[in-house]
Design a protein around this ligand. Sequence first.
Ligand code: PLP
Length: 419
Amino acid sequence: MAVSIPPVPEALLGRVVRGWRDLSTRLVQLGRDAPHGGQGLFVNPPVTRGSTVLFSSLEAMEAAGRNRYDHELIYGAMGTPVQYRLEQAVAAIEGGTHAQVVPSGLAACTLPLMAYLGAGDHCLLSDSVYGPTRRFAEKVLRRFGVEVSYFPPMADEATLRALLRPNTRLLFAESPGSHSFEVQDVDLLGRLARGVGARLVVDNTWGIGLFSPFAHGAHASVQALTKYAAGHSDAIIGAVSVADPRDWQPLRDTAIQMGQLAGPDDCWLTLRGLRTMGARQERQAASALAVALWLQGRPEVARVLHPALPSCPGHEYWLRDFSGASSLFGVVFDPAFGESDLTTMIDGLAHFGIGASWGGYESLVLPTTGGITRSSPSITHGGVACRLHIGLEAPELLVSDLARGLDGMSAARAGRGVG
Ligand SMILES: *Cc1c(COP(=O)(O)O)cnc(C)c1O
């Protein structure tokens, strides 16, 4: 059965893909050397696999080691040329000056926590953070004597002020939340953090290239490059960017002290993925918007959590701060549906893979009901929920698939005698 998708309003579509269009041209050049002195240059950097770097004299080796905050080529554990190219590109996309590449997105979440916190400090995290970030705070930070607490993602200024402590040294936000999609007022968080001498770290994975946390008061921006940058579900990698030397030096020192870096092959894959990120996302974001608008018209759906739609908490901050939207969003179902109905729906889909992660070229679905531990109430209000990642498949096909899944869901409910 072919389902036709209503046309997406032009103005909204333009607003959603604008940032990706702007980014595409920059992505061609970032992290590339200019040809010099009449010498030709390969478009892509070579992959340098190595530990030992040889020098012609001890003096030359010592001179190279003096460059520790600026891409030193002295030993493979400090980084390789392709890692440094990727770092330059990511820092520029984020609007920062320096970046540290690390072996996973999770390592990018934990590195600033290790770099900027010590025993006796207080760390205040958004309730919407990625589950393993929260687990790290609970299992590791607490063990090392850091106080940990959480703030509701949509908290107003008075609520946030009441949660600050004299020893608060770090605020950690994830905007939009990758399960619950609240878009946060990062300006407010930055202002509050700076007011008490704390740092603000933002997990900006959803907003890569669309939102610069540094223009809104953040000190560090976290990227799971595994997602949109690598873009092909074939690498695990992350990065932390900063825009101030006072934030860069402790971050770089901690990365070296903890032995954090990424393998050259993954850096190369990610740099290659970045070149086409704008083009992929221009298409995927447009399809995601079309699917989200179509879902809004379905009787099974209570609320679509897409930052470009008014039904998403914090939509006003998306309008204010983001130059576009990406291709991941949430769906909350009518409370009449239960877990088994959602299972029927998901198992009935043919074109959505069931699996963790997102940001690749393929569509994915994952149930998100109660998937995240929260201190503040969940936004699903008792309904079941799922997260959709829209890939490069034809949107008409995806909508037909979802229509079949939702019909199955309604039939399952009717079969239980409650329809
Ligand atoms: C996936 C994800 C991470 C972790 O990335 P990995 O590379 O899988 O470790 C961190 N933050 C967000 C928002 C994510 O979606």
